[in-house]
Design a protein. Sequence first.
Lengths: 242, 195
Amino acid sequence: MGKPAEYYQRDRRLHPPAHAPHYKTSVTRSPQKALISLENSISEITGPRFGHNDIGANDNDLLFNFATPGESPIGERIIMHGRVLDENARPVPNALVEIWQANAGGRYRHKKDTYLAPMDPNFGGCGRTITDENGYYFFRTVKPGAYPWRNWVNDWRPAHIHFSIFGTAWAQRLITQCYFEGDPLIPKCPIVQSIPDPEAIEQLTAALDLNATIPLDSIAYKFDVVLRGRRSTLFENRMEGN
Amino acid sequence: MAQKLDYLRETASQTAGPYVHIGLAPGAAGFEIFDNELGQDIAGPNAKGERIRVEGIVRDGTGSPVKDVLIEIWQANADGIYAHPESAGEVEEGFRGFGRVIPAFETGIWAFDTIKPGAVDGAPHLNLWVVARGINVGLNTRLYFSDEDNSADPVLNLIEWENRRATLIAQRGDDATYRFDITLQGDNETVFFDV
Ligand SMILES: [Fe+3]
């Protein structure tokens, strides 16, 4: 077998640096030595594969997956949807997308979260799904609330949903956060602003998508995720290549 | 000015934050929501090879344990085959080679059970990915085994500073248990890779 085709190198200039002094927790958790650059080997080109058998049919419905039957969580009902693509603009089917978020009041269902906003008995705050053949995914949930955190004395996180994505390769592994169009807290947040590239921040901001709303039921936001693209191998059929 | 290329740009990473466990390991964090929690059984019941346990702790630049870390594991089976279509060969029924582990919240100590992988493009190793609050882009590293011959491994030998290679070697103790501590920063900082 020949050498496997590599993924395009990650452009670290559009990612936050490990040491982002205004995000204080990063100060002691950031490696000081340069990362060692590795050519992709089979270990990085492969990665875990997931299928519909791994998850439950309603795992992508956060209005439903923790609520007492007949009840639903408090908050603005939203559809969060989009596609997982690669840098070659091709859809990534069978990607595992996992999300977690605070409830509408800004409180997580986690014993370490002591914010005074109330827990919602009908909201768990996590979900997962697998992209279809077009790379498409959707979740039904409530819009999370902003919440305060100890960084500077009075920092507030913009409303956000945490996203974890598995493409086809270990080299594509990504965790990020999705923000909401128009949120005035985005430019104030030291975690968001650790990203040096304004366009990269824009790319993390879900757009209000009125066409995808369900009238009289749920408003919609669109959030596409781009994973690293891959080179064509020398002998790959160019019809399918990039 | 020239023409624009048609590539998209990779989505930027953001920290997994302090509550990553409720998203990716809810059951392990004591929150029962999914019937099937991913990454809890790395090797499955039918895996060949030696059953091993790996335990360790992740420390920050002050030497304190990082208690809210989540580590993912990706490994080959005992024959050096990954459960992926591009790996040449078949794995045992039920072998995934994927794991997730979180520490005990009080101590920061974590442990996972698996089988020792076979050699893949060099010495046997596990691929680890470390995320936590304060880590802005997930950190890739590798775990090698102290009782294997690692001298010809191309990745270890790529590390110019020979004294740093030791940070990637898990030390075998009793009962097929290996110790692997990860240091995020400072003296003895673990080698992390840009893959
Ligand atoms: Fe959060």
